[in-house]
Design a protein around this ligand. Sequence first.
Ligand SMILES: Cc1cc2nc3c(=O)[nH]c(=O)nc-3n(C[C@H](O)[C@H](O)[C@H](O)COP(=O)(O)OP(=O)(O)OC[C@H]3O[C@@H](n4cnc5c(N)ncnc54)[C@H](O)[C@@H]3O)c2cc1C
Ligand SMILES: *[C@@H]1O[C@H](CO)[C@@H](O)[C@H](O)[C@H]1NC(C)=O
Ligand SMILES: *[C@@H]1O[C@H](CO)[C@@H](O)[C@H](O)[C@H]1NC(C)=O
Ligand SMILES: *[C@@H]1O[C@H](CO)[C@@H](O)[C@H](O)[C@H]1NC(C)=O
Ligand SMILES: *[C@@H]1O[C@H](CO)[C@@H](O)[C@H](O)[C@H]1NC(C)=O
Ligand SMILES: *[C@@H]1O[C@H](CO)[C@@H](O)[C@H](O)[C@H]1NC(C)=O
Ligand SMILES: *[C@@H]1O[C@H](CO)[C@@H](O)[C@H](O)[C@H]1NC(C)=O
Ligand SMILES: *[C@@H]1O[C@H](CO)[C@@H](O)[C@H](O)[C@H]1NC(C)=O
Ligand SMILES: *[C@@H]1O[C@H](CO)[C@@H](O)[C@H](O)[C@H]1NC(C)=O
Ligand SMILES: *[C@@H]1O[C@H](CO)[C@@H](O)[C@H](O)[C@H]1NC(C)=O
Length: 508
Amino acid sequence: MRRTAVVAALATASLAFPWNTFDGPGFPACRDVSAVYHPTTVDEIVSIVKNVSATGAPIRASGVGHMWYDTMCADDSRTVIIQTNGTAGIGNFTFDKAKNEGSVVVEAGVTFFELADYLHAHNASIGFSLVNWNITLGGAISMCAHRSSLLEHSTVSGAVLGLDIVVANGTIVSLTKEEHGTTDEWYAAVCNLGLLGVTARAKLRVIGEFKIQANQKILDEDDVINGDINALIAPYPTANFWWWPGQKKFHHRFYQLVNSTQEGFQSTFSVSAFEGNTGKALLEGGSTSTFVAATAEWTFFTIWGAPNFHDKNTDLPILFWPVSGWSQDNLIGGLYPGTKPEWEYGLRGKTMELAFPMTQANKMFKRVRELLDAAAAAGSPIVSTYRSGINIKFAKTFDAFMAQSSSLGDSATAEAYKSGAIMLDWPTYLPDSGIRYNEPFYANLSATLLKEFPDARPHWTKNTREIYKSAVPNMDPKILARFKAVRQSFDPNNTFKSVLGQTLGISD
Ligand SMILES: Cc1cc2nc3c(=O)[nH]c(=O)nc-3n(C[C@H](O)[C@H](O)[C@H](O)COP(=O)(O)OP(=O)(O)OC[C@H]3O[C@@H](n4cnc5c(N)ncnc54)[C@H](O)[C@@H]3O)c2cc1C
Ligand SMILES: *[C@@H]1O[C@H](CO)[C@@H](O)[C@H](O)[C@H]1NC(C)=O
Ligand SMILES: *[C@@H]1O[C@H](CO)[C@@H](O)[C@H](O)[C@H]1NC(C)=O
Ligand SMILES: *[C@@H]1O[C@H](CO)[C@@H](O)[C@H](O)[C@H]1NC(C)=O
Ligand SMILES: *[C@@H]1O[C@H](CO)[C@@H](O)[C@H](O)[C@H]1NC(C)=O
Ligand SMILES: *[C@@H]1O[C@H](CO)[C@@H](O)[C@H](O)[C@H]1NC(C)=O
Ligand SMILES: *[C@@H]1O[C@H](CO)[C@@H](O)[C@H](O)[C@H]1NC(C)=O
Ligand SMILES: *[C@@H]1O[C@H](CO)[C@@H](O)[C@H](O)[C@H]1NC(C)=O
Ligand SMILES: *[C@@H]1O[C@H](CO)[C@@H](O)[C@H](O)[C@H]1NC(C)=O
Ligand SMILES: *[C@@H]1O[C@H](CO)[C@@H](O)[C@H](O)[C@H]1NC(C)=O
């Protein structure tokens, strides 16, 4: 069977096809690949890597495609995808009651909700090092995904105690924080962009399960962009803003530890068929009409004021703030029964995410407001075209070569990130025409911010090829060189190359 799989891979090498993101056909993560494998064990990943790399074909691991642009692979039609979501073992759980912490080992394809279920049954939690529900730990760790906190490590890799990486020659390279935590190998491996090999296993720090209370307030735009942003975010184990530029308002979401019997369950993405169809009609209309776009933003803003939570046991909507629940349920949750995420109703999106040092947070907001005002003055007012607005997240300093909030190196940028990071994560509705409401604004926005804020750094799965190109001057060449040296030792033949790595000059 396995041999047939490899033969099939070779035989179809000339029949290239795209490998899509979660948005499906028309949204390639890789433009051309030749084969896709679905291993169920780490041993099988080793065997596939060994066999495929011997043919000289490039390889990329993929979880569930929860990324936005065609930057996963290199443009090489021989590329082979190893889809990891079937390699999903969880085990070797340890817990020290006195210290209230322990560890667990996950395989590449374990998703956050699979891990949360397992840990909850063991009275434990991944804490604040989590992103979203249907994303693999291998994908989140490799690409340095993060939640939003200045108080706690909310970069997923912040929980990593050890990693097993399958490198091109079919060896498993094991690194531990204890032994390698201050080496270049570690700083490259914990946010490896998939360029060292397949992130096959991770040992993660866990803490005792806890309950957390979500609260939300509405703030005037001026009180944020000219306000003490640190004071609004830093006290909480997780907190963020959603910006509604047409309303000149922010939602301020913040969480605190609590004892409570309530069992709230959050959903950002659950949409009923009625909501999906209505939302789509409104946003399609808004793609060519300022009036409809503004009405859509006002509607989403109003709906977003109510808790996006149900009771976990009864599935009844929870109507009032604050809302308490178990850690992962209340911080992330998942889908309510009978609902689907919006992309399954044909609502597509684009996004853009840049990080800035916390010390530049007010300056960044004021500059974006100027760009918004300039667009309005030119007759094209900008509003949010996404059901949860523009997401503003934060990250405590996390040291890894490719972490958005890293302070590694001796550059002024590294120094600035000792204050933590603010992230501008700007999702937009992509209409069927493919041309967004006020389309020209967006390329100008990212280009302007990258140029005027030389410390700005992109998220590694939420930006276009053009943005990565524009971001190269913002990266510290010495840090890129140190990453590249590790990459060359792990992957001398460039088997795991990607467009992203090539753009940054760290893969060939
Ligand atoms: C609805 C939604 C919400 C999101 N929310 C957040 C958020 O709050 N914060 C945030 O930071 N990000 C967020 N993301 C982005 C997401 O965390 C990353 O794109 C993540 O990498 C996706 O993981 P995946 O398992 O789907 O991997 P894929 O999308 O399949 O792959 C993403 C990249 O990781 C590489 N990769 C995947 N698995 C491995 C592996 N085992 N070893 C080596 N390389 C690998 C792939 O080659 C590719 O380059 C969100 C995405 C979506 C769709
Ligand atoms: C790799 O090749 C070896 C030797 O031909 C074969 O036994 C094995 O099944 C192959 N592995 C996979 C995953 O195809
Ligand atoms: C997770 O995402 C994958 C890929 O988009 C999809 O096939 C699967 O149904 C999703 N799972 C859940 C529980 O939503
Ligand atoms: C993996 O994800 C794909 C969608 O990308 C889905 O079709 C498949 O069922 C998933 N496999 C497992 C084992 O979850
Ligand atoms: C747990 O450890 C054992 C022995 O080292 C190993 O065989 C097993 O695969 C590990 N579990 C996971 C999920 O890695
Ligand atoms: C989890 O905690 C509950 C309540 O304290 C206890 O009854 C249960 O045995 C614990 N479960 C595990 C796996 O430790
Ligand atoms: C690199 O390629 C050379 C030549 O094709 C091959 O002999 C060698 O085994 C490869 N090394 C790895 C790590 O894949
Ligand atoms: C919850 O209750 C326990 C036991 O009474 C107490 O130790 C803990 O501090 C309380 N936690 C919070 C957040 O109030
Ligand atoms: C953005 O748009 C403005 C006004 O149209 C223009 O003057 C400026 O050069 C543009 N900036 C970039 C970086 O493209
Ligand atoms: C495989 O590559 C790793 C990483 O470079 C190296 O440590 C190991 O010695 C290599 N193994 C073989 C058998 O070449």
